[in-house]
Design a protein around this ligand. Structure first.
Ligand SMILES: [Zn+2]
Length: 375
């Protein structure tokens, strides 16, 4: 049995200062002061211990991306994400030919059985069945009507499907029947059309404000519907570029700590620093804060999830433990895996990381093993 001592343990509902966690592959005990002498002791020296983060919406990382449609690419993403405290993710598919999507879903199916890197919890199908009017950085030539025969073959792998409710309300029904999250996004839906989608059973909104009809005072849009629907969790890219930091406060006030899922939506260029990168025959220019296509359209973020958590804490007014929950317990709940992962609680997997107050990662544990340590 191992124990981390002298840590500020970030729990679901607060921070336990100068406390200890006893664990093997699972968390066994959380103690207010010292650990049993029989444990192998790791002294945190006052650092924070956070639950491993879960990135529900991520296309690429450190030079690799989901649309490479290979096990190798998703495995490389899984390994690289550990340095940012991410211990679980959904490889997310942007627009690509259907055979590429199929290859990527096959790769995700294989990676779901692997161990060693951040856990692959399934796939997020984003850029296929979306509205051309709000395609964002997605390639319009590759947009399709839903192919239910195709989707049916991968219903064990697909965990989230993005839906433009004004176009494909039936797709929401299909998801609901298969226990798959349907997420409103890349949509030009009016408030009423989006509410219709919620009545069909949509429970999430994809990157709130980005690539959806925003709030107008005479037409509250899909953004208004997502904010006002209690049964809808909103994803937010809290890098301060995709969404202005002032809106973090508004979203926090309206949705509360349980209604927000912080994501990265990151691209192949994330984790690499400023530069020019190639993704699916397109060039992405990264200036250190965000990636853009040549025409200036924002194309995926480069800010790691831990930084988005910190941003939301700092600018949204949420206490740190709540901001952490938005990137750990909330996505776990959305995916119905919160019995195993998503928070530091006895019985759950010992997926966690030590970090400083700005959430710079010191070391990451996966199933109780130290799998990353800062050099
Ligand atoms: Zn995306």
């Amino acid at each position: 049995m191992k124990a981390i001592v002298h840590a500020g343990i970030v729990l679901e509902d607060g921070i336990l200062e100068d406390a200890a966690v006893v664990f093997d592959d699972r968390i066994r005990q959380i103690l207010p002061d010292r650990a049993p002498d029989s444990c192998e002791i790791i002294d945190a020296g006052g650092k924070y211990l956070l639950p491993g983060l879960i990135d529900m919406h991520i296309h690429g990382y450190c030079g690799r991306e989901t649309t490479e449609a290979s096990v190798d690419a998703q495995r490389a993403m899984a390994a690289a994400l550990l340095k940012d405290g991410v211990t679980g993710f959904l490889p997310t598919l942007g627009t690509a030919p259907l055979e590429t999507i199929a290859g990527a879903l096959e790769a995700t199916r294989a990676c779901m059985r692997e161990s060693g890197g951040a856990k692959v919890h399934g796939a997020y199908v984003e850029g296929v069945f979306i509205s051309e009017k709000k395609k964002g950085a997605h390639n319009a030539a590759l947009l399709l009507a839903p192919d239910y025969g195709f989707l049916e073959r991968y219903k064990d792998v697909i965990k989230v499907v993005i839906v433009a409710p004004e176009r494909y309300p039936d797709l929401i029904d299909w998801c609901v029947e298969r226990n798959i999250v349907s997420s409103i996004g890349h949509t030009d839906a009016t408030y009423e059309q989006a509410m219709q989608g919620v009545r069909h059973g949509a429970t999430q909104a994809t990157h709130l404000f980005n690539a959806m009809r925003g709030i107008g005072h005479r037409e509250p849009g899909a953004a208004g519907a997502a904010l006002l629907s209690d049964g809808v969790r909103v994803e937010l890219i809290a890098d301060t570029v995709h969404v202005d930091r002032a809106l973090f406060k508004l979203v926090y006030k309206v949705k509360g700590a349980d209604g927000i899922v912080l994501i990265t939506d990151s691209s192949i260029a994330a984790g690499l620093g400023p530069g020019i990168y190639r993704s699916n025959e397109r060039t992405i220019y990264v200036d250190g804060t965000v990636g853009r296509l040549e025409n200036g359209t924002i194309s995926g973020s480069v800010s790691p999830l831990r930084r988005n958590v910190y941003n939301f804490h700092r600018y949204g007014g949420a206490p740190l433990w709540e901001a952490v929950r938005m990137a750990s317990l909330n996505p776990a709940r959305a995916l119905k895996i919160d019995g195993r992962v998503g928070s530091l609680r006895p019985g759950k997997c010992a997926d966690m990381f030590l970090c400083d107050a700005q959430l710079n990662v010191e070391c990451t544990f996966l199933d109780g093993e130290c799998v990353y340590r800062r050099a």
